[in-house]
Design a protein around this ligand. Structure first.
Ligand code: BTN
Length: 255
């Protein structure tokens, strides 16, 4: 990408007009040896994928729909930390580019007020206990106006343009994201998760809220109190017992 001062992130870009989803294209490129930091971008996705098998609405020209390939030398159990790192980096980039007050909802949704503006979907390719690569999908509603959202999303989704009142420059946003990501990622590889944890908690939508968590084995109600050292959400129930939430859908309640 021209004008980008990173060493790896965003140095190779595979840009498409219309695709089903950038995720499988990034997997394909990674499997063929694409180098770390390669970005697959699309103007439009006809079958955008969200977390938990949900669709991701990705109309033409309004968003930033991209998948980033990384090859971190970390143990398999630490890979969820990369999702938190990405959410922290996107949130920081939004603040720097727009000044909007963004928050991170566990594990990786970016919120403005009570509406989602961006989601992150991390997919892992590993062999036995070795990480080959991660594809980190980022879907950001950048320049959508109300009419771009289907009826069912209007009350829960927003865009940077709706919130700030001005269109954002997508190329400049992506460049700043790449720079922020590389800086945070290099620090994480050198020094570990502590800085990501601190920034995630400082910008959390979840901490202090009462949540309902549906795990495979149980339904848990309690207050989100923070991340542990590994990046797992800690939820304290009414009896004062602390539970660790690894990967589940968290619903929010008044109390
Ligand atoms: C979520 O459910 O919040 C995650 C949404 C991730 C959407 C992005 S858009 C670019 C990449 N390609 C996809 O099909 N999904 C991700």
């Amino acid at each position: 990408m021209a004008g980008l001062s990173t060493a790896r992130i965003g140095q190779h870009v595979i840009a498409h007009d219309e695709v089903v989803s950038t995720q499988p294209l990034a997997h394909e490129a990674a499997a063929k040896g694409a180098q770390e930091g390669t970005l697959v971008l699309a103007e439009q996705q006809t079958g955008g994928k969200g977390r938990l098998g949900r669709p991701w609405h990705s109309p033409k020209g309004t968003g930033i729909w991209m998948s980033l390939i990384v090859r971190p030398a970390i143990p398999l159990p630490k890979t969820p930390q990369m999702t938190l790192l990405t959410a922290v980096t996107v949130a920081r980039t939004i603040r720097e580019e727009t000044g909007l007050p963004v928050k991170i909802k566990w594990p990786n949704d970016i919120f403005i007020g009570d509406k989602k503006v961006c989601g992150v979907l991390t997919e892992l390719n590993a062999e036995s206990d070795r990480v080959n690569y991660l594809v980190i999908g980022i879907g950001l509603n950048a320049n959508s106006v109300q009419a771009d959202f289907p009826e069912e999303l209007l009350s829960i989704a927003t865009s940077l343009r709706i919130e700030s009142g001005t269109p954002i420059k997508r190329v400049s946003f992506i460049q700043r994201f790449c720079q922020n990501f590389e800086e945070e990622y290099d620090h994480y590889l050198r020094a570990g998760f502590a800085r990501v944890k601190q920034e995630w908690e400082a910008n959390s939508y979840s901490i202090g809220r009462w949540v309902t968590v549906q795990t495979i084995s149980q339904k848990l109600e309690g207050q989100a109190i923070g991340l542990d050292e590994e990046g797992v959400l800690m939820v304290e129930d009414r009896a004062g017992q602390i539970h660790k939430v690894y990967s589940a859908d968290v619903n929010y309640r008044a109390n």
